[in-house]
Design a protein around this ligand. Sequence first.
Ligand SMILES: O=C(O)[C@@H](O)C(=O)COP(=O)(O)O
Ligand SMILES: [Zn+2]
Length: 207
Amino acid sequence: MKFLETRAEMVELAASLFQRGYSVGSAGNISVRVADGYLMTPTNSSLGRLDAESLSLLDHGWNHISGDAPSKEVVMHRAMYEARPDTGAIVHLHSTHVTALSCLAPGTGPLIKPHTPYLVMRLGEDIPLVPYYKPGDPGMERDIFEAAREAKAIILGNHGSIVAGKSLVNAVDSAEELEVSAQLALLLRGRDTRPLTAVEIDALVNR
Ligand SMILES: O=C(O)[C@@H](O)C(=O)COP(=O)(O)O
Ligand SMILES: [Zn+2]
């Protein structure tokens, strides 16, 4: 996809997420891999009101080249691209149900169990949790890298989610699926449920 089309797609999909309540205020950020490096949402920008020409452009070494100053979460995005080299775009959200799950006291099992096939097909069987870091803290780099090697979606303790995709459309679709799965997990909490079996999961993952 050409550079101008990529910028336009970022503005359009970010606005769509915002309009449907997946982000509010200036929460969340998005990056997309481009020929010269990475396009990223500027810090303190609203996903609902991005300006294509103000998007931050960073080179392959994540140095700021043009546009407004990038999101404070450069290190978080960088760690995920490094852990998953096939990543074309990353979406970080504070969507309500994922964030609610991320604030629960740590338990023994996974926050989101594999109850539905679409979750497993899109995001795999396990969604890891990385413990709380202050937003923008470069200290999270190792934890994000390790978690991202195992999964394309991560729950950020007391914060939200970060999701990688091969393309921006793919990352947005997956972030939406994660949010709905978190909502289901909260609805099912404390109930006797039937997660998919190992055989059923295998048939989805290896289909
Ligand atoms: O939660 C935070 O502060 C950041 O992770 C965030 O979502 C928005 O930060 P910027 O992208 O720097 O605006
Ligand atoms: Zn955030």
